[in-house]
Design a protein around this ligand. Sequence first.
Ligand SMILES: Cc1cc2nc3c(=O)[nH]c(=O)nc-3n(C[C@H](O)[C@H](O)[C@H](O)COP(=O)(O)OP(=O)(O)OC[C@H]3O[C@@H](n4cnc5c(N)ncnc54)[C@H](O)[C@@H]3O)c2cc1C
Length: 442
Amino acid sequence: MYALTAAHLTRRATLSGLAATTVASRSSFAGEPEVVIIGAGACGLAAARTLIDRGRSVVVLEARNRIGGRALTDTATFSIPFDHGCSWLHTSNQNPWTPIAEDWGYTLHNHDNADEVVHVGDRLADDAELAAFGQAWDGLDGALAAAGRAGEDVSAASVSPRTEPWIWVAESWVGPMSMGKDLEDFSPKDWWSLASTAPNLMIKEGFGTLVARYGEGVPVSLATPARRVRWGGPGVTVETDTGTLRAKVAIITVPLGVLAAESIAFDPPLPGWKRDAIAGLPMGLLAKAPLKLDGETFGLPENGWLSYLTQSTEACYFLTRPFGFDLVIGFMGGRFAWDLTRAGDDVAIDFAKHALRSMLGADADKHVQGGAFTGWGRDPWSHGAYASAKPGSFDARAGIRRAVDDRLFFAGEACAGSFAETCGGAMRNGVDVAKDVDRLLG
Ligand SMILES: Cc1cc2nc3c(=O)[nH]c(=O)nc-3n(C[C@H](O)[C@H](O)[C@H](O)COP(=O)(O)OP(=O)(O)OC[C@H]3O[C@@H](n4cnc5c(N)ncnc54)[C@H](O)[C@@H]3O)c2cc1C
């Protein structure tokens, strides 16, 4: 949830105890740390810093050649900071990243009550249409909230009022573009369990840069995927392409998509209840298609939203001109985003351009200098954007958090309770699990 916000959707660790080195790549492992952490995203980095601060020996294994995981700011493509993954500080007054961003002088913008432009074809929606949209929105939100409060672990689609025609716009925002799933694929109970999202802050310099800076100095073995975890004997043994590492405990922070794909083998296999929990929490997909403009603004607001009447959730809605940059960022989600990912970046970028043209006129393309499409759906180290419970599988949330044999600790955004799906939740969960492990080690 929570990629999209605003009108639509309803401590600090210190560097003490960390070596003042930059992230290093290691090709073999000397000694035997107490804890091996698999994954150097927000969760793994927070867990590592917490344990190191407590004097524990830690090695972090990271499959990619960078840290940050699903927090990634790209400044190369458009010479503008563009977050492929997380970009909003949701629930910012409880978000552990907020005080860090403030301390480090990041430029934050409260994005609640953003300006919103709604189209019907190539014209602006009139008052009656906007009122109908508002009603559809309230009807959907109310129905989901009532079912969620009542603990209905059913498909969210089954409680949607499905009042034509604006319901599809409301469903697109709530489902594909927030949960990364169509309403058929998540439950009101799971949706309701996730924290309220306001106040939401945007970060001009990029969320990814914040996480990367937080990870500076954490000892990480980059480009070192964990291939197999043996936990039959004492402690744990993790096999990688460049060596085998023994430790007392493992904290496994990889996205659930990686576990579902069985990219890490467990020997002996994980118990049935843990495998059920993984299967009960499939990854959703939120995809972004940033389009670089040539300076033309189309009269679109800075940090605004641009959406249009659709007949289904196969839609691309835009964040317009973030921080005044010459950029509009298209969002697609759910089944449609998986389809576009399979079809390829060019098809996805064309769809975003088509959506823009259909609203702003045939000439809109002339002002688009380039486009991109985020690849989380085909990324072997995430297999999607974030996880949520299938209808009927809400209990998987508890199962995924439970440790196996006090040796295999599972952590990450999916384990973050009401802050699940967010980078703040990932960090918070990393700290919590690290404290549990520290207590266990005595
Ligand atoms: C498109 C998109 C938009 C989002 N928007 C927001 C937002 O606006 N606000 C927000 O708060 N959150 C948002 N999120 C969610 C947020 O990015 C994640 O919840 C958070 O970054 C997850 O952190 P994590 O540490 O749990 O997992 P990750 O960041 O995925 O870290 C896990 C790490 O494990 C590594 N790994 C995987 N397999 C292996 C292996 N076999 N061996 C070793 N390492 C491995 C991965 O490479 C990765 O670095 C968004 C996510 C996406 C994809």
